[in-house]
Design a protein around this ligand. Structure first.
Ligand SMILES: Nc1ncnc2c1ncn2[C@@H]1O[C@H](COP(=O)(O)OP(=O)(O)OP(=O)(O)O)[C@@H](O)[C@H]1O
Ligand SMILES: O=P(O)(O)OC[C@H]1O[C@H](OP(=O)(O)OP(=O)(O)O)[C@H](O)[C@@H]1O
Ligand SMILES: [Mg+2]
Length: 282
């Protein structure tokens, strides 16, 4: 059985379970279950702290897991990301009181940096050639400056609300852009069920990002129309009873759908319909 690590708590837990459910896997009904068998799909799920997942996967005890890119890099475990999952997006940044390090990362030399991601921060500082003291805290690091434990913090920033409330401003460029990723041990073999899991998750990503667009098009406008909706391989063009028209079907990115409908209308397409995709395998 393929052994899969899934976040048991925190920001990644609910969207990870939703994605696996959408991919046809069983998921727990009770948030306290720690292990769940899905014999129909040949998979066993282990619900673990997202911070620990790369460690289990890197050790080879579990085959694959869902965690954040920031947590993967912080762990230093011998695991690599194999698929971006499109949720849990955040940036990882330095922040401080205004006036502390306005010149950016180069101004952090000699300062104390509090973070719950010491591995990630130490590596970034070393690469930037900056010598600063890294102080490891478990969370709520924004408060550490006010309490005199640190001069600077490095933390996850999503909306920026927490930083603003603490009166902090970002320092320098983002250290990292993170999102939820599927991780696997570096150099792992081909476990049964692994390729199927990846294909199913890719299918969910495509079904979420794409819609199906159908329209009727005058024959003389087909070239212009299919240039607007080229699809993945090639759009389906079917004859209609009226020989002057054809029907076209193609997948298009969901976020572009309205603009593409305007463009199609301009070249003469009519009866333009958009339908959600519930599942797919490309
Ligand atoms: N607003 C957010 N706050 C924290 N982590 C976030 C946020 N948005 C996305 N993430 C991502 O979630 C992962 C952290 O998850 P984790 O469960 O450890 O922390 P959490 O969501 O802060 O939960 P908790 O603090 O309750 O443990 C990281 O990969 C991080 O980039
Ligand atoms: O930019 P924002 O949208 O405000 O989100 C970022 C904040 O959310 C997380 O904290 P969390 O609530 O998980 O508390 P923690 O620091 O104790 O983990 C993170 O550590 C930041 O503090
Ligand atoms: Mg947190």
């Amino acid at each position: 059985m393929l052994r899969v690590a899934v976040p048991n708590k925190g920001s990644l837990s609910e969207p990870a379970a939703a994605m696996l459910r959408e991919a046809g896997y069983r998921q727990r009904g009770d948030g306290r279950e720690l292990v769940l068998q899905d014999p129909d799909n040949g998979v066993e799920f282990f619900f673990l702290r997202p911070r620990d997942i790369a460690v289990y996967v890197g050790s080879g005890r579990l085959d694959v897991g869902i965690t954040g890119r920031d947590l993967l890099l912080d762990s230093g475990a011998p695991a690599e990301e194999v698929l971006e999952l499109g949720f849990g997006g955040s940036t990882f940044r330095f922040a401080a009181l205004p006036g502390t390090a306005d010149a950016g990362v180069s101004a952090l030399g000699g300062l104390r940096v509090a973070t719950s991601f010491p591995g990630l921060v130490a590596k970034h500082l070393a690469e930037a050639g900056v010598s600063a003291e890294v102080i490891r805290l478990d969370g709520a690091v924004e408060t550490s400056i006010q309490l005199g434990v640190a001069d600077v913090i490095a933390d996850v920033v999503e909306t920026g609300t927490t930083l603003r409330q603490a009166g902090l401003v970002v320092v320098g460029d983002p250290i990292l852009r993170s999102e939820a990723v599927l991780v696997r041990r570096i150099g792992a073999g081909a476990e049964a069920g692994y390729e199927q899991l990846v294909r199913r998750l890719q299918g969910v990503l495509v079904a979420r990002r794409y819609v199906l667009m159908d329209y009727d098009c005058p024959v003389e406008a087909v070239e212009a129309a299919v240039a607007i909706t080229p699809g993945f391989e090639s759009p389906t063009v079917s004859p209609l009873r009226d020989k002057a028209w054809v029907a076209v079907r193609a997948m298009v990115p969901k976020r572009d759908a309205q603009r593409l409908m305007d463009d199609l209308w301009e070249v003469g397409a009519r009866a333009i319909l958009v339908t959600d995709i519930h599942a797919c395998r490309l």
